[in-house]
Design a protein around this ligand. Structure first.
Ligand SMILES: *[C@@H]1O[C@H](CO)[C@@H](O)[C@H](O)[C@H]1NC(C)=O
Ligand SMILES: *[C@@H]1O[C@H](CO)[C@@H](O)[C@H](O)[C@H]1NC(C)=O
Ligand SMILES: *[C@@H]1O[C@H](CO)[C@@H](O)[C@H](O)[C@H]1NC(C)=O
Length: 360
């Protein structure tokens, strides 16, 4: 029989790893929210430390941050409502732009107007930070512009609102979409210097190839290509972004393709055009979970890529599930990343994936 001391030691030994794991929790457990016809009253904000509202845009005359009029009613109550459920959750306003940013940067006096309006609109509506989503710098000039925008922005925050969080949302790898040529126009060292952190978007890996191949669009590893989360993260780190500035995206969605031959339904087979559910065949985790039982209930797991897939007649679908989300979160911990961002909160099915992230 075990002595009392042995029993106590045994119980302590059980308890210690739990304590250790709890202390290891990732600092940022964020979710990106986009309405897409969903109501944010459904968000369980207790599952997150940060919530991004996606998205505001850049008006070019004058250069100011604006919200689409149809989003306005929800936008103005977003921060207040999510903080009622979890007073410690922080909210960030994500500001999307493409040509608008390039245009703004050619007109230096517009930069301070933009920065002021970003601070004003976010603070006025209870946000704790701003997130820049510039899709994506395409030239050397864009790179310099982005660099000076972040520098100005940090100066402004330092002088006028030192608590405001400043982040950016970027593709999974700095050389996207030119990974074949390894060309990148991100000012990575300046991003590390001026931003609180950076969110990596967790899919679109096979931008060209995925058109005709049943692809691991959110592969965690891929020994045969540069298209994976692990590759993207190491590439950002090699470029000078510290792990402590990286918030890794978790895909709460999958992709669907048409199979020319329903029996030839593995990962990586030639397919017809991408199936149109939404833009480019994207499907939410919730939609996928709804379809699985109608398609025989079986899914297959790729241990190499860390994704799930299944087919249903002539449709092939690849996606992430609880297990792959947990694998990705463990990787983030092992590599001392700052955290993760659920992409997107509204695609989840009753919080299944959000909980998998939160509690692993
Ligand atoms: C935003 O701007 C308005 C008018 O331009 C000003 O009255 C208000 O105080 C500003 N709010 C913040 C939070 O900066
Ligand atoms: C602080 O805000 C004021 C008022 O908007 C502005 O004039 C000033 O340039 C800002 N400071 C910095 C360093 O950007
Ligand atoms: C994809 O397939 C279509 C026909 O189904 C073909 O016209 C197109 O060239 C293919 N695209 C690629 C990138 O292979």
């Amino acid at each position: 029989m075990m002595s009392r001391t042995a029993i106590v030691l045994f119980l302590v030994s059980l308890y210690l790893p739990i304590q250790y794991a709890a202390a290891e929790k990732l600092k940022v457990r964020a979710g990106s929210w986009m309405s897409d016809g969903n109501f944010f009253s459904e968000i369980n904000s207790k599952l997150f430390t940060h919530l991004l509202y996606a998205e505001a845009y850049v008006n070019t005359s004058p250069f100011e941050v604006e919200i689409f009029p149809s989003d306005e009613p929800e936008f103005v109550t977003f921060s207040k409502k999510v903080k009622e459920k979890n007073p410690s959750v922080k909210t960030l306003l994500s500001i999307w732009g493409e040509a608008e940013y390039a245009l703004m940067m050619r007109n230096p006096s517009s930069i301070s107007s933009f920065i002021r309006s970003a601070q004003n609109i976010s603070r006025r509506h209870g946000f704790d930070g701003v997130d820049l989503y510039w899709d994506y710098p395409k030239t050397k000039a864009d790179k310099e512009h982005m660099e000076s925008l972040f520098q100005e922005w940090r100066k402004y925050i330092h002088a006028n609102d030192s608590e405001l969080i400043l982040t950016a949302t970027v593709p999974y790898s700095p050389d996207w979409p030119h990974h074949d040529k390894h060309v990148s126009f991100y000012p990575i060292r300046s991003m590390a210097r001026y931003l609180d952190w950076v969110h990596l978007v967790p899919f679109h890996y096979l931008f060209d190839q995925r058109i005709n191949v049943s692809a691991a669009h959110s592969a965690f590893y891929d020994p045969t290509s540069y298209c994976s989360t692990a590759y993207g993260i190491s590439n950002w780190i090699r470029g000078g972004l510290m792990p402590s500035k990286i918030v890794m995206g978790l895909p709460f969605s999958g992709y669907a393709w048409n199979l020319p031959d329903p029996k030839n339904n593995n990962l990586g087979v030639q397919t017809g055009k991408v199936q149109i559910y939404r833009a480019l065949g994207m499907m939410t985790y919730k939609e996928i979970r709804g379809i699985i039982p109608l398609c025989g209930g079986k899914t297959r797991y790729s241990d190499t890529h860390k994704i799930y897939h299944f087919s249903c007649g002539s449709t092939w679908i690849g996606f992430d599930d609880v297990k792959t989300i947990k694998i990705k979160v463990s990787y983030a911990k092992e590599h001392k990343l700052l955290g993760y961002v659920a992409w997107r909160v509204s695609y989840d099915d009753n919080g299944l994936l959000s909980r998998a992230g939160r509690f692993s």
